[in-house]
Design a protein around this ligand. Structure first.
Ligand code: SF4
Length: 323
């Protein structure tokens, strides 16, 4: 298929991140995906960690997991394709049970989601009777169903304090739990899950960055270890990082998070210099233009959730959205 002029013009947005030869290899898939979306009345939700050719050239709704969860509720399309990892597609299906939800690769998982099971939660409830379980959205639907309420990195403090209790269990991200514990009087009991991307950053990385780039603003995701967050100028979800860059317009900035995040924010802020030590998420990178196109052409892979699990998991997500 020949790329239409409108597809070629999309290149302006991403030319700083995609070499011309690579772009040529993308044009055909981008044109096909845009046509398939119309034909199937489909929309594409893309997480901030998706590559620029997906994020800027085929996605309809972009953001962090909270934004995607919220905006998925208002989607009018028949088909929602999630360019992200499996737990995000499950959350989308929970909030849109009547719609067809597709994920291009069923193996797009998450080290945090894999770190805990409903059986682990049952043991936690036995060990801590009566203590509410606040579950990060980076978990399976079955784990959400076994929990009391969900949270994201953007609203975790608000959720923990909104419960009006003295003690909560916060699962599965140990570092997020410890980072939130430093901001609140609520006692937080953590689990031992880690994000395999954010756990790699060290406080020494931050000190080196400051030495090499005096004046650089360092923004850390709260899935980073607490000593990294302590060395940073600001810690917050990917949405907060994006807002920070838009409002403060620092001369130089580093985002301690997944690599594509810097590219996607930099596309809107050419005046800001992004220093780029970053780590790739192998799960997010399973999603490509080619498998998005195949997913829309072949209606694969449909995300389905056992109705018995879906009811409890939906309640946990809806309680979060209500707060
Ligand atoms: S970046 Fe970390 S938390 Fe996000 S999907 Fe990858 S492994 Fe999971």
């Amino acid at each position: 298929m020949l790329a239409s002029p409108s597809v070629s013009s999309l290149y302006d947005r991403v030319r700083r991140f995609i070499p011309p030869a690579e772009w040529l290899s993308f044009e055909d898939d981008i044109a096909a995906i845009r046509a398939l979306k119309k034909k199937r009345n489909a929309v594409i939700l893309a997480h901030n960690y998706q590559t620029p050719e997906i994020f800027h050239c085929v996605a309809d709704i972009v953001g962090d997991s909270l934004a995607l969860a919220r905006r998925a509720v208002d989607v009018e399309a028949d088909v929602i394709l999630v360019a992200g990892v499996h737990f995000m597609a499950e959350t989308t299906k929970l909030l849109n049970p009547a719609k067809t939800v597709l994920i291009p690769d069923m193996q797009a998982g998450c080290s945090l989601a894999d770190s805990i099971t409903p059986a682990d939660i049952a043991l936690l409830r036995q060990a801590h009777p009566g203590v509410p379980i606040v579950t990060y959205v980076n978990t399976s639907a079955a784990v959400k169903a076994a929990s009391d309420i969900c949270c994201t990195s953007g609203n975790a403090k608000q959720i923990v304090e909104g419960l009006g209790v003295k003690k909560v269990l916060m699962i599965p991200d140990e570092y997020l739990a410890h980072n939130i514990a430093r901001q609140t009087d609520v006692e937080i009991i953590a689990w031992h899950g880690h994000c395999e991307v954010h756990e790699l950053f060290t406080a020494d990385d931050v000190r080196q960055l400051r030495e090499n780039h005096p004046g650089v603003q360092v923004l850390a995701h709260p899935e980073c270890p607490p000593d990294v967050v302590a060395e940073a100028d600001f810690a917050g979800s990917t949405a907060w990082m994006s807002d920070f860059v838009a409002s403060k317009k620092p001369a130089q900035v580093v985002l301690l998070t997944e690599c594509s995040m810097s590219d996607n924010v930099a596309a809107d802020h050419p005046e800001v210099e992004f220093i780029r030590p970053c780590n790739l998420c192998p799960h997010m990178k399973r999603i490509t233009l080619a498998n998005i196109r195949a997913a829309l052409e072949q209606n694969q892979h449909e995300v389905l959730i056992d109705p018995a699990v879906a009811h409890g998991a939906r309640l946990a997500v809806q309680r979060m959205l209500a707060i």
